[in-house]
Design a protein around this ligand. Structure first.
Ligand SMILES: C[S@@+](CC[C@H](N)C(=O)[O-])C[C@H]1O[C@@H](n2cnc3c(N)ncnc32)[C@H](O)[C@@H]1O
Length: 229
């Protein structure tokens, strides 16, 4: 499905968020600088057409890997606006081709919601991040109440009507709505991440409590703190 929407993804993303998605990605870079996070090796996972990876270039890391399992998305990123600092890797988040404890930061923009096996992916992400490293997740979360009603109308009716037509896909933007409906609330997601040693440091409410950026710190495994096993 992502292969199918690659050529129109950026345009529709910016249109549906009224360009706010650009602000949310830039904010991640500002927070990393403000909080003085280690940032030598960064992985932008589920990178898609690379808008977040292109922002992360501004941090001048030694290593910046942009990984995705969609070849079309990566090809589009390559053609769009390549930057020599970005190394593109075709990889599935549930089986990453990287060494243990390698990255200082892993970012995921609008990706976790699409992971087929979220826990398997979080286990892999936890494996490749250094203890004390950061996982930064920008995502649309399921919400309740009035906000949910507004969301249902916008993402359930308006976005599919335009998105499917412009992208030429019969279902991609209807999937977007279903993927949020079937995903977790912010609190549920935080709880799942905790199972994989990710402690929430803080979160940024980007839009009505629906679009959030969560900053997690990878804790040391308990077994590493024991003198004897
Ligand atoms: C909505 S796009 C997000 C693209 C970009 N990160 C952004 O900020 O706009 C979701 C991306 O997640 C990728 N994706 C979904 N599941 C994946 C997985 N298991 N492993 C790697 N990439 C995955 C898709 O191919 C797609 O490019």
């Amino acid at each position: 499905m992502f292969d199918e929407i690659a050529p129109t993804y950026d345009k529709l993303n910016h249109a549906f968020t009224l360009n706010l998605d650009k602000v949310w990605r830039k904010k991640i870079v500002q927070e990393i600088l403000k909080r003085k996070y280690e940032k030598n090796r960064i992985l932008d996972l589920a990178t898609g057409t690379g808008d977040l990876a292109l922002e992360l270039v501004n941090l001048y890391p030694e290593v910046l890997v942009a990984a995705d399992f969609s070849k079309e998305m990566l090809d589009y990123q390559r053609r769009k606006k390549s930057n020599p600092l970005i190394e593109l890797v075709e990889a599935d988040a549930s089986n990453l081709p990287f060494n243990d404890v390698y990255f200082d930061i892993v970012t995921i923009g609008f990706g976790v919601r699409n992971f087929f096996d979220l826990k398997k992916c979080l286990k892999e992400i936890s494996r490749v991040i250094k203890p004390g490293g950061r996982l930064i997740v920008l995502e649309i979360f399921k919400s309740n109440g009035v906000i949910n009603k507004i969301f249902n109308f916008y993402f359930g009716k308006v976005v599919p009507a335009f998105g499917n037509r412009v992208s030429g896909s019969s279902h991609a933007y209807s999937y977007l709505f279903n993927s949020v409906e079937n995903f977790h609330t912010l609190d549920e997601f935080g709880g799942i991440c905790k199972e994989f040693s990710f402690e929430q440091e803080f979160k940024e409410n980007n839009f009505l409590g629906i679009v959030n950026t969560i900053y997690f710190c990878k804790k040391s495994e308990l077994k590493n703190n024991l003198a004897f096993s």
